[in-house]
Design a protein around this ligand. Structure first.
Ligand SMILES: Cc1cc2nc3c(=O)[nH]c(=O)nc-3n(C[C@H](O)[C@H](O)[C@H](O)COP(=O)(O)O)c2cc1C
Ligand SMILES: O=C(O)C(=O)c1ccccc1
Length: 352
C-alpha cells in the first residue's frame, strides 16, 4: 500500500496505545514493521512483558483528595513533568521520512525526554536544532575507545544530558522475523554515528564502565540490567542510575518480564541510585505498577515507533499524552496524588 493512497492520519480516533499498531502497520513497509514489532526467537519474553503487567492487580484507596495530581519528579538534577521517557530506538527514517526530527519535535511538544539511539538516521546536531525538550544519548560502546570518547563528547556538545550505555547487547539476539524479511536499511538511509555496521563490543566489561566514568561529564546509566548482582555492581561502579530492561524481548528470549525482575533489583539497590524500567509499558496502570515496585520513571519504545510511523511528530506526542493522561487517571482512581504516594501498598497481595 502506498502512503499517497491513504487518508491522512486521524489522531483523534486513537483511544489507546493498542489501537495504534494496526494503524501504523498499514503505513509501514513490511521490513520496517517487522523490524519494530518483532522480538527474538520465539518471542516468549515479548509476550511476558505484557502478561506480567496484566497479572498485577491494584489495591485502590478511596476518599483521598486527588484534586491536585502531581506527577513531577527530579532525576539527575533534571525536573521532569511526568515519569515517562522515550526509549532509544534505531532507524527512525524507516518509520517516517522525517525520522528523528519528528521524534524530537513530538517529544518537545509533550515535554518528554528523548533518548537518542546510537543508530540514529539523523545527525545529532540536526536533532538538537529542532528539539525543545531534554535530550539524552544511548551509547553502544565500540572496542575503539578513541571513537567512543569522541562520540560521548559529541553527544555532550549537542546538549545530551545523560548517557544510557546499553549493556545487554554484546551480540544481537536471534531476530528470526528480521531474518525472514531480509532486514536491511533502504538505500539512502544511513546511521551517521555508526558508519560501520554494528561491530558488537563483545569484550565490554565492568573495567570499561570505570573508563566511561572518567570520560563522561554527564550522568551514566547502564541500560539492560536484569540481575540484582549486576545492579549491585552498577552501584559499586558508581554509575548514576540503571535501566531495568530486556530490550523489549529482542535479545535473549525467555528472560523474565522486566516488571517481574524489578522487585529484587529494587530491594538490592535500596534507594542508592534511581532505577528506570522499560519493556511492555502500554497503559498508565503499567507506569503506576512500575513506580510502585521501585522504578523512578519508565521508558517507552515500540509505541513511540508506531506513533511516529502513523502520525509523525504529532503521533509521538499523542502516544505520550495518552500514557500521561492514563497515569493521572490511575493515580486518581487508586487515591495517589503524587508519585511519592505510589508505594507497594497499591499492589494487591492476595495473601493479605
Ligand atoms: C525498533 C526498536 C529499536 C531499538 N533500538 C535500540 C537501540 O538502538 N539501542 C538500545 O539501547 N535499545 C534499543 N531498543 C530497545 C529500547 O530502547 C527499549 O529497551 C524497549 O523498546 C522498551 O520496550 P517496549 O518497546 O516494549 O516499550 C530498540 C527497541 C525497538 C522496539
Ligand atoms: O534493534 C535493536 O533493538 C537494537 O538495539 C539495535 C542494535 C543494532 C543496530 C541497530 C539497533
Amino acid at each position: 500500500m502506498n502512503s499517497h493512497q491513504q487518508a491522512p492520519p486521524d489522531l483523534s480516533t486513537l483511544v489507546n496505545l493498542f489501537d495504534l499498531e494496526p494503524l501504523a502497520a498499514a503505513r509501514m513497509t513490511t521490513m520496517a514493521y517487522e523490524y519494530v514489532a518483532s522480538g527474538a526467537a520465539d518471542e516468549f519474553t515479548v509476550r511476558w512483558n505484557r502478561q506480567a503487567f496484566d497479572a498485577i492487580r491494584l489495591n485502590p484507596r478511596v476518599l483521598v483528595d486527588v484534586s491536585q495530581l502531581d506527577t513531577r519528579l527530579s532525576l539527575f538534577g533534571q525536573e521532569l513533568p511526568y515519569p515517562i521517557l522515550i526509549a532509544p530506538t534505531a532507524f527512525h527514517k524507516i518509520m517516517h521520512p522525517d525520522g528523528e526530527l519528528a521524534t524530537a519535535r513530538g517529544a518537545g511538544a509533550a515535554s518528554a525526554t528523548y533518548v537518542i539511539s546510537s543508530f540514529t538516521t539523523t545527525p545529532l546536531d540536526d536533532i538538537a536544532r529542532v528539539a525543545s525538550g531534554p535530550l539524552w544519548f544511548q551509547l553502544y560502546m565500540s572496542n575503539d575507545r578513541a571513537y567512543t570518547r569522541d562520540l560521548i563528547q559529541h553527544a555532550e556538545a549537542q546538549g545530551c544530558r545523560a548517557l544510557c550505555v546499553t549493556v545487554d547487547t554484546p551480540v544481537l539476539g536471534a531476530r528470526n522475523r528480521q531474518q525472514r524479511v531480509g532486514f536491511a536499511l533502504p538505500d539512502g538511509i544511513t546511521t551517521p554515528l555508526m558508519p560501520n555496521a554494528m561491530a558488537p563490543s563483545t569484550s565490554l566489561t565492568w573495567h570499561d564502565v570505570a573508563w566511561l566514568k572518567s570520560v563522561a561529564n554527564v550522568p551514566i546509566l547502564l541500560k539492560g540490567i536484569l540481575n540484582p548482582d549486576d545492579a549491585e555492581l552498577a552501584v559499586q561502579a558508581g554509575v548514576a542510575g540503571i535501566i531495568v530492561s530486556n530490550h523489549s524481548g529482542r535479545n535473549l528470549d525467555t528472560v523474565p518480564a522486566t516488571i517481574d525482575a524489578l522487585p529484587r533489583i529494587t530491594e538490592r539497590v535500596a534507594g542508592r541510585i534511581p532505577i528506570l524500567l522499560d519493556g511492555g509499558i502500554r497503559r498508565g496502570t503499567d507506569v503506576l505498577k512500575a513506580i510502585a515496585l521501585g522504578a523512578s520513571a519508565v521508558l517507552v519504545g515500540k509505541p513511540i515507533c508506531f506513533g511516529l510511523a502513523y502520525g509523525g511528530a504529532a503521533g509521538v506526542t499523542k502516544v505520550l499524552d495518552i500514557l500521561r493522561d492514563e497515569l493521572e487517571l490511575a493515580m486518581a482512581l487508586t487515591g495517589r496524588a503524587t508519585l511519592a504516594d505510589i508505594d507497594e501498598s497499591v499492589i494487591w497481595r492476595s495473601n493479605r
